[in-house]
Write a protein that binds this ligand. Structure first.
Ligand code: UDX
Length: 454
């Protein structure tokens, strides 16, 4: 199979590298000459575990290559995947499809024989019909079937998700296109991953429905967490207690500072727009968007409260800036709103993130970025864990406490058992569990002395 991937961004690059690894010939095309040059030198434009190695080995075998020349690449391709960005359109929240349509026009102009055009980008219901119309206009004599094949890749786990998917959704009623898609994913269904064939519009909606449902699940447990704090219950146990019910399932029930990232915020908004356009209200998703938006700032206020109600002139350490671990992605990261709330309150913020510092720097110009977690703790009046990087799971808490001006730990991802924080002398605030206060003087002798001498 000769496959072309239009867009060497997150989705296109991971999908292209994985399809090459299945034995197909894949060309990843992008307009960004710098990106193509970097990829040819095995420099990845994003941080994704395992990606550099996967790209390198497939480039070496000759199955994977990169190009700026779209017309040459697509001319005799068996399948052309469109994996360009569909950001939220400024102002109205609609998905911006200009990149998808521009790519479609270029593809149409370059086709020389029958092919299958696959939309991998997350696109609103009905986009496939528009893509088909454009192709018919630009290349009326070419037989080009249009398929919707949404991706369900999680950043940080994308290669595993591609190679061991829960399902592969293929939206087309065209028999030839179905056969091509079956051949492309053959290694996966041999592995028993279900191939779900649907109508094209249905496949497009499945993607949005899946993301909106997951966003709802997270938002639901976040609100249960707030209630837990009021009634002295433990949200981790509540999540376990409901998650053991097979009908609910244990995943996506981790309470935290609210969802962020490149998908959930944008896709929930786009789904609402589609619902509005078709006068079919989605009140639950509306509430999810609103509750999640308010939550991020509320988490900033939670930190201020834990730090005594006022952070003016205080130093706050922040651990984790990316929207989740194992990525360098800062898009819609809860850390942005949390840090802004702290800065607005007059705090000095010092932050550390294992992979996200470069992306964070221009977005958080008023934050001092430091080289490791302990530097973030130094002299701080409170320390906040915003992202659950593994690196933060096994900190020497006593050392952290000794470094701080005041031993206040706010764990917005519930990664520490309260007893452990207590044993290190912390006042410990988490999400959906009662706050606890340890004996700081016991671990910081100097403080005990200061207290004794008044
Ligand atoms: C998501 C979907 O999982 C994926 O299928 C889709 O293709 C793209 O969007 P991603 O955005 O990479 O993937 O990350 P995910 O792991 O789903 O997390 C999204 C957000 O929800 C993060 O901010 C994460 O911290 C948050 N989250 C997730 C929680 O707060 N609690 C949870 O239990 C799970």
């Amino acid at each position: 199979m000769k496959i072309v991937m239009i867009g060497a961004g997150y989705v296109g690059l991971v999908s292209g590298a994985c399809l090459a690894d299945f034995g197909h010939d894949v060309i990843c095309v992008d307009k960004d000459a710098g990106k193509i040059a970097d990829l040819e030198a095995n420099r990845m434009p994003i941080y994704e575990p395992g990606l550099a190695q996967l790209v390198k080995s497939n480039v070496e075998t000759g199955r994977l290559s990169f190009s700026l020349d779209l017309p040459a690449a697509v001319a005799d391709a068996d399948a052309i995947f469109i994996a360009v960005g569909t950001p939220s359109r400024r102002g109205d929240g609609h998905a911006d499809l200009s990149y998808v349509f521009a790519a479609t026009r270029e593809i149409g102009a370059a086709l020389t024989g029958p092919t299958v055009v696959v939309t991998k980008s997350t696109v609103p219901v009905g986009t496939g019909d528009q893509v088909e119309r454009i192709l018919r206009d630009v290349a009326p004599d070419i037989e080009a079937a249009v398929v919707s094949n949404p991706e369900f890749l999680r950043e940080g786990a994308a290669i595993g998700d591609f190679k061991r998917p829960d399902r592969i959704v293929i939206g087309t009623t065209d028999e030839r296109a179905r056969a091509v898609m079956r051949a492309i994913y053959r290694p996966l269904y041999l592995n028993e991953a279900p191939l779900l064939f649907t109508a094209r519009r249905t496949a497009e909606l499945i993607k949005y429905a899946a993301n909106a449902f997951l966003a709802t699940k997270i938002t639901f447990i976040n609100e249960i967490a707030d209630l837990c704090e009021q009634v002295d219950a433990d949200v981790k146990d509540v999540a376990r207690g409901i998650g053991l019910d097979n009908r609910i399932g244990p995943k996506f029930l981790h309470a935290g500072p609210g969802f962020g990232g490149s998908c959930f915020p944008k896709d929930t908004l786009a789904l609402l727009k589609t619902a509005e356009d078709h006068e079919s209200p989605m009140r639950i998703v509306e509430a999810v968007v609103q509750v999640n938006e308010q939550r991020k700032r509320a988490m900033g206020r939670k930190v201020i409260q834990a730090a005594g109600g006022d952070v003016r002139g205080k130093r706050i350490g922040v651990l984790g800036l990316t929207f989740k671990p194992n990525t360098d992605d800062m898009r819609d990261a809860p850390a942005l709103a949390i840090v802004q709330t702290l800065l607005d309150g007059g705090a000095e913020v010092r932050a550390f993130d294992p992979e996200g510092m470069e992306a964070a720097r221009p977005m958080l110009p008023d934050v001092t970025l430091v080289g490791d977690p302990y530097a973030a703790a130094e002299g701080a009046d409170a320390l906040v864990i915003v992202t659950e990087w593994d690196l933060f799971r096994a900190l020497d808490l006593k050392r952290v406490a000794r470094l701080m001006a005041l031993p206040i730990l706010v764990d917005l991802r519930n990664i520490y058992p309260p007893e452990e924080a207590l044993a290190a002398g912390f006042s410990y605030t988490s999400v959906g569990r009662s706050a606890v206060s340890g004996d700081f003087a016991a671990v910081q002798p100097k403080m005990a002395e200061d207290a004794a001498t008044g």
